[in-house]
Design a protein around this ligand. Structure first.
Ligand code: TYC
Length: 122
C-alpha cells in the first residue's frame, strides 16, 4: 500500500473578534465585550477673583457663557469673591477653551481684568 503524507488537522480557527457570532445551535448570539475606548478627558473652567471687575459683570458673564440662571450665577460669583476661584462649568477640551476665550474677550472689551482658566479634571 502506498502511504500518502497526510497533513495533521489544522487547528480550529479562532473565534471571530467581532459580533455577532453564531453558536452551535445556529442561533445568533451577542457577546459582551469589555469597553476599549476611554471617555474623553474633560476640563473645568475656573474663574478667578480680582479686586476690580464689578460683581454684576461677573454674574452676567456666568449667566451668558455658562448658561446659569441669575441665582446660580450670583452664588458662583460670590464663591469666587470669597474663595478666590470657582468652577463655572465642565466641558470637552475645545468647548472649555472656547468658554475661556469668550470670557477673556468680553472682559477685555469691557476693560476688566477678569481671568479664567481651563484645567483637566481627575
Ligand atoms: N472681587 C470683585 C469685587 O469685589 C468681584 C469679582 C468676583 C471679581 C468674581 C472677579 O471672578 C470674579 N468687585
Amino acid at each position: 500500500m502506498i502511504s500518502m503524507a497526510t497533513k495533521p488537522p489544522a487547528p480550529a480557527p479562532e473565534a471571530p473578534k467581532t459580533r455577532p457570532k453564531v453558536d452551535d445551535g445556529g442561533s445568533v448570539v451577542l457577546e459582551r465585550r469589555t469597553q476599549r475606548t476611554k471617555p474623553p478627558q474633560m476640563y473645568q473652567v475656573v474663574m478667578l477673583n480680582d479686586d476690580y471687575t464689578p460683581m454684576e459683570f461677573v454674574v452676567v458673564v456666568i449667566q451668558e457663557f455658562f448658561n446659569k440662571d441669575r441665582e446660580t450665577a450670583t452664588q458662583i460669583m460670590l464663591k469666587i469673591h470669597l474663595d478666590g476661584k470657582a468652577v463655572c462649568g465642565i466641558y470637552s477640551r475645545d468647548v472649555a477653551a472656547t468658554k475661556v476665550d469668550q470670557v477673556q474677550d468680553a472682559a477685555k472689551q469691557a476693560g476688566h481684568p477678569l481671568q479664567c482658566v481651563s484645567e483637566p479634571i481627575e
